[in-house]
Design a binder for this molecule. Structure first.
Ligand SMILES: Cc1cc2nc3c(=O)[nH]c(=O)nc-3n(C[C@H](O)[C@H](O)[C@H](O)COP(=O)(O)OP(=O)(O)OC[C@H]3O[C@@H](n4cnc5c(N)ncnc54)[C@H](O)[C@@H]3O)c2cc1C
Length: 617
């Protein structure tokens, strides 16, 4: 274990060093630890060949392993590489650690026979997990296949490392709710047995609440803080060098499209700095779905108005890892997983009247990023209280239609592995809400434009909403109020409302809907017994545009989490895991932590032995 040698000079939240101090601090570190065996040292200028010419990279810092991103992939990767004796620098773009993982729901699907499964008599194995996650015959309730496009090599490595990952998390201080694993929060985690465990927060603060949960919930409430704070502590303890507000801007390779990866360039408060990685660079940058141009390579409809990325005020999914790796010849992989319509990639808004309307994440004024979230949103208990209209004031769907329903343990009955009969045993619910919401409106644009929930003062009373800040965002145009419907339509002006909403169109839509309430039948979209007229002023329009959630495709990796290039060859010294890696449809934390550990271990092992085994448990 390398921890004893570690210098505990990490930069943690609240301790930001200005540029001058950054260089001074690294210089002091190099003097304190000596030039060769310390975790970091200041290197002299290094010469690199670039296509026959000599280019000079002036390294500001030198280390064994550089990890990019402090989320569910990056922290396990950094800790495990450090504990194997390597010096490690972890760069994080934000002034805070944890990425989307720390604001996540903390539901962690690890199976294959973990101690938790055994404790509650659940029989599982890595072979069963592998079979589940590669079963071509399973489809979601909307008919889209979960597992068909998974890369067998990547899933095999995942399945073989589930048990050791569970043990590793426990050893590194993570506490799971003491109850039988279930299927709650699971997406694409397999149909044979329950695998979801739930990380509990103990006394750690919750990012969106700005404080810990009440004492009685601290061992039962599932939340990403319970997973990530123990790992932040473990990283500090073993001497991972953490550099906040250091955004990786490029990955440096010996030659632009060949040779070893030698380091990265970062931007820190306007300054460019270079960090040399003697052994490896590990990408854990969290995916690409927040980058409009990148995501539109998969789905041209995903234009700018889909701006409510879950977790966004905390950290982005800006594709910076993918773009930097592609610039040095890395390939993408498993792109069908991004375009197939399953999972939480895109969801119906769960809260309305705010930009970030994700169902399970409500930014409270006490949160440190509330200035970016601006509103908590209004939770919709009953969609009978609103109609949804597009940018030109037209309804397009039955508002009570569900968001997305997952297909996990016990949902396919009976489940017969790899049998085409499984598709017959799924309760179908086509759930075309999102397609209807994203349908073009005839203005030649690809995206469907903003979706607005329209309601009146009586609906607000029924839902017990307070249609005012901090619940709604008037400031940036995600919420409007007026005394008449015509006035409301005319008021809807904000950056994503490409064309004005015709007041007469909104009036006609509401009049027609009110007639459906009188008749007890929605003749347009079949909403079951429309209940309430929209009639009593004031009237409201609340942002209710679909929310983007996670990335399902990314860089091509192999079982060792090495990044593969456009010719199918390993890029020496470059690793990736989590949402920035492709080839695996499973949502969320488990695949990220498992791949972080695989990458971290192999980054160290491969440097000594290029033929390290793919099974690293
Ligand atoms: C609201 C919400 C709820 C969720 N609930 C669950 C759940 O219950 N169960 C589950 O399994 N999954 C859940 N997820 C998904 C899960 O959180 C993610 O899949 C997981 O965190 C992804 O891990 P990652 O390491 O790929 O990225 P992240 O955890 O997002 O970490 C990426 C990090 O990289 C940093 N970064 C990005 N670019 C750069 C750069 N260029 N330079 C330096 N740093 C950079 C980011 O700032 C970030 O800190 C949820 C997600 C959200 C948003």
């Amino acid at each position: 274990m390398g921890c004893s040698k570690a210098a505990s000079n990490a930069v943690f939240p609240g301790q930001y060093l200005p540029q001058a101090q950054w260089c001074k601090r690294q210089f002091q570190t190099s003097i304190q630890t000596g030039p060769l065996d310390g975790p970091v040292r200041l290197a002299s200028a290094v010469r690199q060949k670039v296509l026959g010419e000599i280019a000079v990279v002036k390294w500001n810092l030198e280390v064994d392993v550089v990890v990019i991103g402090s989320g569910a992939t990056g922290l396990p990767a950094a800790i495990t590489a450090r504990e194997a004796g390597s010096s490690v620098v972890l760069v994080e773009a934000q002034p805070r650690m944890g990425g989307h993982a720390i604001v996540s729901g903390g539901n962690v699907p690890l199976g294959a026979g973990t101690a938790a499964q055994k404790k509650y008599g659940i029989e599982d194995s890595s072979d069963l997990l592998f079979q589940d996650l590669t079963d071509w015959s399973v489809v979601q309730p909307n008919g889209a296949p979960d597992y068909r496009f998974n890369d067998r090599e990547i899933v095999r490595a995942f399945a073989d490392n589930n048990v050791s990952t569970y043990d590793w998390l426990i050893e590194h201080g993570v506490t799971f709710a003491d109850k039988a694993p279930d299927e709650r929060g699971g997406i694409s985690v397999g149909n044979s047995v329950p695998r979801e465990m739930h990380a509990v927060p103990l006394d750690w603060p919750i990012a969106h609440l700005g404080k810990p949960v009440p004492p009685e919930q601290r061992r039962t409430f599932s939340i990403g803080a319970g997973l990530m704070y123990p790992l932040i502590e473990a990283a500090k303890k073993c001497g991972v060098e953490i550099l906040l507000e250091h955004k990786m801007t490029s990955i440096i390779r010996e030659n632009p499209k060949s040779g070893r990866v030698t380091g990265i360039e970062v931007e820190h408060r306007g300054a460019k700095l270079s960090i040399r990685a003697r052994k490896a660079v590990i990408i854990g940058t969290g995916g690409s779905i927040g980058n409009v141009n990148f995501r539109r390579m998969f789905d041209p409809r995903l234009t700018e108005e889909y701006c409510g990325l879950a977790g966004m005020p905390w950290s982005d999914q800006d594709a910076s890892g993918e773009i930097a790796a592609m610039a040095i010849n890395a390939a993408l992989w498993g792109l069908a997983n991004q375009t197939a319509e399953f999972g939480y990639n895109i969801t119906k808004a769960g809260r309305i009247g705010c930009q970030y309307g994700y169902q399970h994440l409500h930014w409270q004024p006490e949160s440190t990023v509330f200035d970016k979230a601006r509103a908590t949103g209004l939770p919709v208990k009953d969609w009978q209280d609103c109609i949804l209209v597009n940018m030109i004031g037209q309804r397009f769907y039955d508002e009570t239609g569900p968001a997305f329903t997952a297909n996990n343990y016990d949902k396919v009955k009976p489940y017969i592995p790899n049998s085409y009969l499984n598709a017959k045993n799924v309760a179908y619910n086509p759930n075309n809400f999102l397609n209807a919401a994203m349908a073009g409106i005839g203005d030649g644009h690809n995206g469907g434009g903003p979706i607005w929930a329209i309601f009146d003062s009586e609906a607000a009373a029924r839902e017990q909403w307070t249609p005012a800040p901090p619940f709604v965002d008037f400031e940036q145009g995600f919420f409007f109020k007026a005394d008449t419907l015509a006035e409301l339509a005319a008021k809807i002006k904000m950056k994503h409302q490409r064309v004005p909403m015709p007041p007469a169109a909104l009036e006609a839509t509401v009049a027609r809907y009110n007639s459906f309430v009188d008749a007890g039948e929605d003749k347009d979209f079949g909403k079951a017994s429309p209940k309430f007229k929209i009639a009593k002023a004031p009237f409201y329009a609340a942002w209710s545009t679909p929310v983007l959630h996670d990335t399902m495709a990314g860089l091509r990796i192999n079982a060792r989490c090495e990044v593969i290039d456009m010719q199918g060859e390993v890029i020496p010294g470059l690793y990736c895991g989590g949402e920035s890696a492709g080839g695996f449809s499973e949502h969320g934390l488990a695949r990220c932590v498992v791949q972080g550990l695989i990458a971290g271990r192999n980054a160290v092992a491969n440097a000594a032995d290029e033929h390290a085994a793919s099974r690293v448990a």
